[in-house]
Design a protein around this ligand. Sequence first.
Ligand code: PSV
Ligand code: MN
Length: 424
Amino acid sequence: MFDRKKLKSLNEVMLLEHQRDWDFLVKKLIQKGLDTDTLLDQIGAFQIAIPSWALGTGGTRFGRFPQGGEPSTLEDKIKDVGIIHALNQSSGAISLHIPWDIPKNYKAIENLANGLDIKFDAVNSNTFQDQIDSNHSYKFGSLCHVDVGVRKEAIRHNKEVIDHGIQLGSKALTVWLADGSSFAGQHSFRGAFQRTLESLEEIYDHLPSDWKLLIEYKPFEPNFYSMVIPDWGTSHLLASKLGDQATTLVDLGHHLPNTNIEQIVALLMHLNKLGGFHFNDSKYGDDDLTVGAIKPYQLFLIFCELVQGMRETSNPELSWMIDASHNLKDPMEDLLQSVESIKIAYARALLVDYDRLKATQSQNDVAAAQSILQEAFRIDVRPLVKESIYRRGGAIDALGAYRSLDIRNQLMAARGHDSKSTGL
Ligand code: PSV
Ligand code: MN
């Protein structure tokens, strides 16, 4: 399906124009005193995991309009990530959601992934949907439930997810809880928090010593009055009480409009408690749109804090993942666009002169501080990102190559129009 010779000739067609753009940018970067090889290494090494549930067409509660050729098995999902990674050399990891993607044969799955240069990122538990083989229901919560039987079931599931991850070489468990209440008076805030903490303690005790627990937060949905973990403060409180291996995970869509996410990132890193990221974009709520499609400047400002945090704090290594829903576009095209936006934001953030920025801050020179950030944001860094991918054997134009290689039609021919991917 993936013809490397064809990719090579597609790159050759693009090469002249790319080389001209790259040469132009190199001069500019050198003028700024930046080392292009270091930049290429940093950008090239930056890998963003693809979630196993994002390879099929997403939907809303009103409908779903599938593309065809969706991967209906874990094997096919890994192969799709393999295609994305071969094109962009930036998506060398997959994140599994259990029980949507339970590996049947660990060794075979691992071999398949290894052959495609894919690693297993954080594993995700699911206590937001009832499971067919269970006598318990998560309708009124999971780790916070008033019934100890339901809590035990949810704890058991999370431990099982860790066990699956151990087999595959994952190093983190991501917990997102849909738990909450939709009506005032429905449950006790204090009781729900305390039960959640105690349930998480049991899960935490099951973590191998080199694992992280990533605790996601979300202000609303599916509960609309209160969520047990609505914000980064609550997630951080839980993570602090649990111990060093527990950290907060920031999903860009899980904030009320206009929340200053970059400030959250800065403070969590300052406390060495930022564990990972779920990238997407939004205009209103958890819209799960393509990264960088709506607020690219916000994404850049977040990366400025990430870059400074990675240089100046002892925050542990972060897990990076896309968490979007591909309702209109071909999921693979959408994922390629998201990863490209992330890399562009990262590259721009690497160009900021942070020493100069700090000097302006100590002099309260507000206009100069803004100019320093915007100067970097306005540089067209696409040749830098493309060059880093090209040098690693990827496509100069990943989306264009995906289309020229006619991959979706090949997938439809192989898997049919009605194959269905598991997930939401
Ligand atoms: C919830 O909205 C979320 O962001 C969590 O990460 C889930 O695990 C994921 O989406 C899957 O739909
Ligand atoms: Mn998420």
